[in-house]
Ligand binder design. Structure first.
Ligand SMILES: [Zn+2]
Length: 364
């Protein structure tokens, strides 16, 4: 009951529409998470509690087959469009190691997929999905990595971080390691006064690289781990990225142990740079908890959104659609995804499936 009330409250303020709109926002595309099952085995044997994190177990760069199976569903009539929020680069592990962890080098995600064994068609599939209109790229950042935090730990000889590095991984979740530290994935967290954390150039290069890969500039941005500040907004505004995806809570950057500070947003709220906020109000994340009925809970969130005359903006991360490491993860979740679509179409015939970019045009 309290849960339901909270969901109603999130939908109370902000922009409204009479049409029934469904948007699916899916973060993390392009970024490395876990590189192989062999790597996971090694991390587990060293004491990292991989089994306690569904992202570590299942999230990876989507293979040709992962993309093909997802696209088979999206290509059917009356199915959602997925807004795929991309990172544009990953660390260049070899060059970073050669520098003695003193410098940061990156590689384009186009280079990363070339190193992966079942991914030789990934780039073509990304572009095909975009051209078909059902897999529409937007920006999630330059890399899903807090560079100063990670480099410092590598230099200091953090064994867990070094072991992951050996397997060309950085995204080991902070809650499953032995040595207490802040998140590496929270790219724009902290306020380090070093060039490597210059938010303006990180954003500028991310938009440039995105344009090089996909042939257009992103309309919207979603900050890694929902953490950003006005420096990020300003840099995005200078690149003409005028919409900010997120939840109703924006987390502000902080150091380890510092108090969490946040800002609240309603759908369509405008900031000092004339950018508008988008607010996710539904969640379909079956990979994160197998015991929960995600189809049911997502349908009830959509129902509340529509009652409040809001678009349903559903968060569903890449991890749900990836079977490269664990085929069962993908196959089970795709079945649930199809079940969700079937029931949406039954409950609300004529529903409009839009991308985030199409929604921004409606909001104006
Ligand atoms: Zn992310």
């Amino acid at each position: 009951m309290i849960d339901k009330l909270k969901k109603i409250l999130i939908n109370l303020p902000g922009w409204r529409t009479n049409s029934k709109v469904i948007v699916i926002e899916s973060d993390d595309w392009g970024s490395i998470r876990s590189s192989s099952n062999k790597a996971l085995e090694d991390l587990k044997n060293s004491g990292i509690k991989v089994d306690n994190c569904s992202y570590m177990q299942n999230d990876a760069i989507a293979s040709n087959e992962d993309l093909e199976l997802l696209f088979n569903i999206l290509a059917k009539k009356n199915t959602p469009k997925i807004t795929a929020n991309f990172l544009t680069s990953n660390p260049d592990f070899n060059k970073i190691k050669e520098s003695g962890f003193n410098r940061y080098y990156s590689e384009s995600i186009l280079e990363t997929v070339k190193r992966y064994p079942k991914h030789d068609n990934a780039k073509n599939l990304w572009l095909e999905g975009k051209n078909q209109g059902f897999f529409y790229p937007q920006l999630h950042g330059r890399e899903h990595l807090n560079i100063p935090r990670w480099l410092q730990d590598l230099k200091d000889g953090n064994e867990e971080t070094l072991l992951a590095f050996k397997h060309k991984m950085f995204g080991v979740s902070a809650h499953i390691v032995q040595k207490r530290r802040a998140s590496y994935q929270a790219a724009l967290d902290g306020n380090f006064s070093v060039d490597l954390h210059d938010k303006k150039s990180i954003i500028k290069e991310a938009v440039q690289e995105f344009n090089q890969i996909f042939g257009f500039k992103p309309e919207s941005f979603i900050a890694p781990n929902y953490i950003w500040d006005s420096l990020v907004e300003k840099a995005l505004a200078q690149e003409k990225v005028m919409f900010l995806q997120g939840t109703h809570i924006q987390r502000l950057p902080r150091g380890l142990g510092e108090k969490l500070q946040y800002r609240r947003h309603a759908l369509g709220d405008v900031n000092e740079y004339d950018q508008k906020y988008l607010v996710r109000n539904a969640f379909f994340e079956p990979s994160s908890n197998k015991d929960k009925d995600w189809v049911d809970s997502c349908l009830s969130e959509i129902k509340i959104a529509f009652l409040m005359r809001k678009p349903a903006i559903i968060s569903s991360h890449r991890v749900n659609f990836v079977g490269f490491l664990n085929q069962k993860n993908r196959d089970q979740n795709l079945k649930l995804f199809e079940e969700l679509i079937k029931r949406i179409n039954k409950n609300w015939p004529g529903v409009h499936y839009l991308t985030t970019a199409e929604l921004t045009k409606l909001i104006g």
